[in-house]
Design a protein around this ligand. Sequence first.
Ligand code: AP5
Ligand code: ZN
Length: 216
Amino acid sequence: MRLVLVGPPGAGKGTQAAFIADRFGVPKISTGDIFRANVSQGTPLGQEAKKYMDAGDLVPDEVTIAMVRDRLAQDDAAEGFLLDGFPRNVHQAAVLDDILTELGARLDVVLELAVDDEEVVRRLSGRRTCRSCGHVWHLEFDPPSAEGVCDACGGELFQRDDDRAETVRHRLHVYAEQTAPLVGYYGERGLVEEVDALGPVAEVTERAVAALERAA
Ligand code: AP5
Ligand code: ZN
């Protein structure tokens, strides 16, 4: 299965991507995660990306597209993949079409996770990420048992720089302007499955898996 996950910041893309990729046996390719790994390793790519990420803006297309092109050419993506956070605008979507054509492949489905802005703010203000293993927690919805400590590995939890309230507002604006048009772009081809992303994580996963099984 070749799948794109789309939805506003904090919709639960990363959370659901882990379950869905596992369920369908495909690699999860998250551009946000790849950028953040580069930022924490201090690579040139990370240094370039950080200034855009901290401001809540998109990293320039040429940087992002080159990175995704390389990743999709790797062997483990040959039979399928889940893209989380890419494409992020219509230009990236058009280039993805070209890359897939070159690889002799095509997208099967675009899963849209739908949440309202109020829920986005609630989810992002409470999000905490483990510095050691990357696990994502939520202070209210999925709290670690000890404050500031990851239950999975004992690592330290931190709040993402781009989860500050004013940056979240900007990211929502960027989503509405640049990313939401993808729903129309892919909708014309009948590829979009919209899933209500409100409610407990496991229920959203069930809805997503049901939609994907219908589409496959
Ligand atoms: P990226 O990392 O992709 O950020 P995003 O799209 O804003 O999404 P988030 O990671 O904030 O949220 P999510 O939907 O994954 O939610 P999560 O599962 O964590 O991108 C970051 C930046 O990188 C961009 O701003 C840009 O600068 C750059 N970038 C990335 N891709 C790019 C591209 N293609 N082009 C250019 N630039 C790019 O959940 C959020 C919280 O809610 C968590 O705490 C979680 O525990 C909780 N939660 C999840 N589900 C539920 C639920 N059902 N109920 C209650 N709580 C829940
Ligand atoms: Zn951890």
